[in-house]
Design a protein around this ligand. Structure first.
Ligand code: 5GP
Ligand code: MG
Length: 180
């Protein structure tokens, strides 16, 4: 049986080990370094969930680069197409720059869609997505994700920066909820 942990009222079991995550994050970091060697990319880490991934990813990147931290509001105004999340905290000018968005997890993809729309209004040279996890079964929008570390099933996960009701971000492995 995989290692289990209780976070608040729910039991989770390891689905991706610390070793496996480290190995894959290093591979993706090498791929980014190779692809963007002459681009001086700006990494845009989306808080809170991506802070652990961003720290490991950046230390695996061996080209000149910068990082900054932003967040998406949990909701903002509404449009004819529904609720829209807003980008908070971007101070850097991204005009003409290669930007790599660093996300913890892409589920429906709606957060990423709002973020990309906002970024594209600011005239970047290119925006690429790096996501630790993607749930392809839940994607509701068409996204090109060149730097995805792991595709996972639609189950709820915690650890390695991701939380369950605020807790569990400090877990070194990634855990999937165990249904009772
Ligand atoms: P999306 O807009 O892609 O549906 O949602 C992305 C956000 O949903 C993530 O940034 C994260 O906050 C949350 N999320 C989606 N699935 C999970 C999950 O399995 N575990 C945790 N902790 N958060 C999730
Ligand atoms: Mg996130």
């Amino acid at each position: 049986m995989n290692k289990q942990v209780k976070v608040r009222d729910r039991v989770f079991e390891v689905s991706l080990s610390e070793e496996k995550i480290k190995e894959r994050v290093a591979q993706v970091a090498a791929q980014i370094s190779n692809d963007l060697r002459d681009e001086h990319p700006l990494f845009l880490a989306v808080l809170n969930g991506s802070f652990v991934f961003a720290a490991d990813l950046l230390r695996g990147v061996d080209i000149p680069c910068e990082i900054t931290f932003v967040r998406m509001s949990s909701y903002a105004g509404t449009t004819s197409t529904g609720k829209v999340k807003e980008l908070i905290g971007l101070k850097e000018d991204i005009k003409g720059r290669t930007v790599v968005v660093v996300e913890d997890i892409i589920d429906s993809g709606l957060t990423m869609k709002d973020l990309l729309a906002t970024l594209h209004e600011k005239g970047p040279k290119e925006v690429r997505i790096a996501s630790l996890l993607v749930k392809p079964g839940n994607l509701k929008v068409d996204l090109y994700i060149p730097y995805c570390c792991f595709n996972i099933p639609n189950d709820f996960i915690v650890g390695y920066g991701l939380d369950y009701d605020g807790e569990g971000r400090n877990l070194k492995d990634i855990y999937t909820v165990v249904e009772p």
